[in-house]
Design a protein. Sequence first.
Length: 336
Amino acid sequence: MRRGKRESSIAFQTDKTPAEYIALARLVNDYAFDVVSVYGDAPFQPSYGPLLLMAAHLDRARIGPACVAPSRMPPIDMAGDTALLDQLTNGRAYLGIARGAWLARHGVREVTPPLAAIRDSVEIVSRLLAGDDAGYEGRVFSMEPGVRLPYAVRRPRVPVLIGTWGAQLGALAGELADEVKLGGCANPAMVPLMRDWIAEGERKMGREPESCGVVVGAVCVVDEDGAEAKRAVKRDLALYLPVVAALDRTVQLDPALVALMDALVNAGDRDGAAALISDDLLAKFAFAGTPDEVATQARACYEAGAQRVEFGTPHGLSAEIGIRLLGERVLPRLAD
C-alpha cells in the first residue's frame, strides 16, 4: 500500500528500571506520537521486556523493537515475543530486524550470511504468524513442516521494519518489508538513495512504488537553549558515530578522526570525543537544538521523502523536558 501520512515517533534506550519505563510510556501517551520504539543494542537490555512494560500504558501508538538481530534472537522467538506484544496492544505491534552492532565486542557471533539471515527471519516469522505449517528451507534458518505456534495470535501479519544503510538490504526490504529505518541518520540526502534501493526490490516483487516507507531516526536533544542542546547531544552522538559515519554515502569523514573518536569513547572520554564533532556534522547524524530547529530538521527529512521521523534517546537535557517539548512544541509544527 502506497505511503501517505507523514508520521513521527519516539525511541528509547533500554537502560531503565521497570518504573522508569512505565512513567515514560505514560508521559508519551499524552502526545500524538504515531510509534514508540525501543533499542536493543548490546550491552543494553533486550527489547521485549521494556516493550511489554510500556505497552500497557500506550493507548494509540504502534510499538516495537528497532531493531532485533537474528544473531541474538532466532525467528521462532521473534514470532513468540511479537505475537505476545501484538496481543497486549490489541494489534499495534511491529517487528524491526537488523544485523546489529557491537556484536563481536560483546561476545556475540554474527550469523552469516547476514542478508540471508534477515530474509529467513522475516519469512519464518511471517509464516508462523499466518499459520502456514508447510515448512521453510532457508540458507541460515529453516523450519520443518508441521511446525505451528501453540498459542493465540492477534493478527496473521504484523508490519516489518528492516534497519539498514545499505543497498542490498534496502532492496530486500523493498521485497519483504513495510519500512526501512536509517538508524542514526538525520541527513535528508540519504533518503532518496535509500528510496532508489528499495524500489529495486519493489519492482522485483511487483509491489506498488513506495509500498515500503523510509524512516529516519537519530539521537535527539531539544531544549529552549539550542546551543546547550547541541553540546549535550554530541556526547551521545560520539557513542555511535564511529559505527554509522562510514555508512552515509553522502558524507566524507577523515578515517583518522573517526578512529580517534572511537578510541576516546572506549577509553571513557566521551567529552573528548564530543569535542571532535562539528555542528555541521552533528546535523547529519542527530536532531538537536530548539523546538523550531528540530522541527526544521524533521521537515527537511519529510521533504526528501521520509515517511517517518524518529526522535531517539535522550530527547532533552532531561527525558521529561525533552519529551514534553517534542510533544507540545515540535509535533504541532510537523502537523502544519
